[in-house]
Design a protein around this ligand. Structure first.
Ligand code: NAG
Ligand code: NAG
Ligand code: NAG
Length: 287
């Protein structure tokens, strides 16, 4: 009892915010890794993780500069994967083709207001030089997965995108709906080490458009695309972390394909939140 009261206090931080908040996944300085295992953090304690793993073993608090939207007393959190990061939603569904660890804001039910009106998802990502990603593989660092699991309406990918055009694998790519053929690249940029890459992704669920805002380090976000036509219907859940796809695997990459052994990989996140941009397109460009 006393424990949960303490944790709840750790997770309540007041932010001066221009636009109304839909969900807030920013991590207060005082938050502990253990608090991600219970119901105190704003993230789902059970998903999406390897079977029998706990968030306290899959997350780290890295020592890095404060990201753009962590300026009011919140800190970075790193999501890591290893050979045990095999998501097993049921005994007969062992996703051994993937390595996965993705934080899901617990207020997002799949049919809530985070996927209606116009909303802007904010997050920053940075490489961890001690836990490099493998550019031979495709990763998803962020995605909205529809409520019927049939598609990802918007993603942030890294590495060699399966079926994608040949390009430098060391690239962050924001894509449109992955069920579109070909999948649209909305924006891409080099994943420079030691640099925060800040994204604001504006989703208009009424008009079916996606607009990308981007900056590095402490620079305010700037629009890097127009509001581009993109099918964002189907509501669903926002994922922040690592979904590493296999090499090969044919038509069922969740269960087949090659994954090298003894991996130790991670990506650092900062400033995860979503704001309501319905009123006069309110998008926070800086804190
Ligand atoms: C942190 O920010 C300072 C000031 O911008 C910069 O000089 C330094 O290189 C940064 N450190 C890291 C680890 O990025
Ligand atoms: C990167 O992935 C490829 C393909 O799975 C694998 O052959 C290679 O050993 C990996 N490289 C490292 C440094 O782990
Ligand atoms: C979202 O799209 C709808 C339908 O086109 C439009 O009426 C609305 O103004 C857009 N929202 C914003 C904030 O631009």
């Amino acid at each position: 009892m006393a424990r949960s009261v303490v944790f709840a206090a750790l997770w309540s931080v007041a932010f001066a915010q221009k636009c109304p908040i839909q969900f807030d996944g920013r991590v207060p300085q005082a938050a502990t890794l253990d608090s991600f295992d219970g119901n105190e953090s704003p993230y789902n304690p059970g998903y999406v993780l390897g079977a029998n793993l706990k968030w306290s073993s899959a997350l780290q608090f890295p020592s890095v500069n404060t990201s753009l939207f962590d300026a009011s007393g919140t800190k970075a959190v790193e999501v890591t994967i290893n050979d045990k990061s095999i998501f097993t939603p049921s005994a007969d569904n062992v996703q051994k083709g993937f390595r996965r660890a993705e934080l899901l804001p617990v207020s997002v039910t799949g049919t809530d207001a985070s996927t209606t009106g116009q909303k802007t998802v904010h997050f920053s990502v940075m490489k961890d030089s001690a836990r490099p990603l493998n550019g031979s593989h495709e990763y998803q660092l962020f995605f909205l997965e529809s409520n019927d699991y049939s598609t990802n309406q918007v993603t942030l990918k890294y590495g060699t995108i399966i079926g994608g055009a040949k390009k430098d694998a060391d690239t962050l790519t924001v894509t449109g709906n992955v069920n579109t053929n070909p999948v649209a690249t909305l924006y891409s940029t080099k994943f420079t080490p030691g640099v925060w890459h800040n994204f604001g992704i504006v989703l208009n669920f009424s008009s079916g458009t996606t607009q990308v805002y981007y900056s590095t380090n402490n620079n305010p976000l700037a629009s890097v695309t127009r509001a581009l036509r993109n099918s964002v219907s189907g509501q669903g859940q926002y994922h922040f972390g690592l979904l590493k796809k296999p090499i090969g695997g044919g038509s069922d990459i969740a269960h087949n394909g090659f994954q090298p052994k003894n991996i130790n990989e991670g990506v650092i996140f900062g400033g995860i939140f979503q704001e309501d941009s319905s009123k006069s397109g309110c998008v926070s460009l800086k804190p």
